[in-house]
Design a protein around this ligand. Structure first.
Ligand code: GLU
Length: 484
């Protein structure tokens, strides 16, 4: 096998779509697996859609995800430049060669003319494809139009008979009758190539052996192959990937905030978790393994594991991965990542943050959920005294006033407000009173937090709140009981 050369060819839109990121990932894994060369090519021929800084977003995202490229705009390489707009002049000679051999032609039809003929065709109930009108122009007509400087495009001249077929490594045998293929535009009026032409010329010129891309290009690939043949170039291997979907009907969407890599990072998903999960959206290792580092993915990856059925991106499954990855972080790294979210919730309230981090690490599913989980530390929410009732904990509304009074007495005598001291005082006192732990600790936790579920129990929360605040909350909870 010749040395594998692949490319990831994003258009600079300003955002990295998860579908694009997964394409990059499979491309990267495939290439590393085969000790090939991974190329980054920026496809910016659609100048109307130019977005400042968008290329940087691509670099930053790929690097953050651990996908380094071997050739690309910022690092150069033997087939530079790697930015399509800088290759503008390279396409015309190939287009001219196609014109000469009859595989392409100049088209001077205006937008209005096309619109009109489309409407007529559609009124007849025909599906419109370009009607090869300009293929009928004589050389003289063409020359005079060119001399008059009339704007024109170059179109592919697809055959009207026969069929084009190829074997996709994921989708298998794909065949299309040639008369269903439209004469697509290769060069636009401004001389820029369309994607449809540039991908062929660039993939060939860059020596790409395997084209790995989204399945939205599958149906156009027979046309690309006709171009390869017309130009006398070998056709690369194709690996088309099914679209990443939210469910069986919906794509990931900007509006739902589940389309872009940056959405997930902002919300507190770890890149490693995202990459691990994304690898499994449309590929499986053929065994039960779920956790993979990038190196392990490279090792396990094979095209045979790619699926052609729609790839469903399940946010719950991602969150499960994220929870696991967060749990496995070194504590100081967790603390560093959680700190901004703690700050947001606590707003300057003094607290033993490292201890809070310890209590929270195993409970953090997504960092953005931290503020809601610990908001009660800054301000206890209003709560219903029914929360004191808990059969399993041997706590009831009846036993609560006595239990809280006992806790109040025990806590107020503590000299130094440390967690072990709080533990010691409560445990000894509860035992001496002949009560079950739950009878006191349950209502104490409710009184301190106002909620059923908290990171840590009564002792940890009392400690985190500090003596003054803990006693204040306890007193107000007791007062609420007698007044209610
Ligand atoms: N620029 C195309 C896109 O972003 C690339 C498709 C391809 O990989 O060929 O969809």
């Amino acid at each position: 096998m010749t040395k594998v050369r692949t490319r990831f060819a994003p258009s600079p839109t300003g955002f990295m779509h998860l579908g694009g990121l997964r394409t990059a990932l499979y491309c990267y894994l495939f290439t590393r697996k085969h000790q090939g060369t991974f190329i980054l090519r920026i496809e910016d021929t659609d100048q109307e859609r130019f977005v400042e800084g968008a290329t940087q977003v691509i670099y930053d995202t790929l690097r953050a995800c651990g996908m380094n490229w071997d050739e690309g705009p910022d690092i150069g390489g033997p087939v530079a430049p790697y930015i399509q707009s800088q290759r503008k002049d390279s396409y015309l000679p190939h287009a001219e060669r196609l014109i000469k051999s009859g595989h392409a032609y100049r088209c001077f039809c205006t937008r209005e003319e096309l619109q009109q003929r489309r409407e007529t065709a559609e009124a007849r109930g025909d599906t419109w494809k370009y009607d090869k009108h300009c293929l009928g122009l004589s050389q003289e007509e063409i020359d005079s139009k060119l001399a008059a400087g009339l704007p024109h495009v170059v179109r592919q001249n697809t055959p009207l008979t026969g069929e084009s077929s190829f074997d996709d490594l994921v989708f298998g045998h794909i065949a299309a009758p040639n008369d269903t293929l439209d004469d697509m535009v290769l060069l636009k009026q401004d001389g820029m190539p369309t994607y449809n032409f540039a991908n062929v010329v660039d993939d060939h010129t860059m020596g790409i052996t395997h084209v790995i891309r989204g399945m939205e290009y599958l149906s156009s690939t027979p046309k690309y192959n006709l171009l390869y043949q017309a130009l006398g170039w070998p056709i690369p291997q194709y690996i088309h990937l099914p679209t990443v979907m939210r469910d069986s009907k919906h794509k990931l969407s900007k509006r739902d905030g589940d389309a872009y890599y940056s959405d997930f990072v902002k919300r507190g998903y770890l890149t490693e978790a995202l990459i691990n999960y994304l690898a499994l959206v449309g590929w499986n290792p053929g065994d039960e393994r779920e956790f993979f580092t990038m190196d392990e993915l490279v090792d396990a990856f094979s095209v045979a594991g790619l699926s052609k059925s729609p790839a469903i991106f399940d946010i719950n499954k991602l969150t499960w991965f994220n929870t696991e990855y967060i749990r496995r972080l070194p504590p100081d790294e967790y603390l560093q990542l959680a700190q901004p979210w703690f700050d947001k919730a606590l707003q300057g309230q003094p607290m033993d943050i490292p201890r809070l981090a310890q209590l929270m690490q195993g409970r953090t599913e997504v960092f953005e959920r931290i503020p809601d989980m610990i908001a009660f530390l800054r301000e206890r929410p209003a709560f219903d005294s029914a929360l004191y009732d808990n059969k399993k904990q041997k706590s009831s509304l009846d036993s609560t006033p006595g239990a809280l009074e006992l806790a109040r007495g025990l806590l107020s005598q503590i000299q130094e407000w440390t967690e072990p001291n709080i533990h010691q005082a409560l445990m000894t006192g509860i035992a001496a009173a002949g009560l079950k732990n739950g009878t006191v600790l349950w209502p104490l936790r409710i009184a301190l937090s106002g909620q059923l579920s908290t990171p840590g129990g009564a002792i940890e929360i009392a400690y985190l709140l500090g003596r003054e605040e803990a006693l204040r909350r306890l007193d107000s909870a007791r007062a609420a009981l007698t007044s209610g």
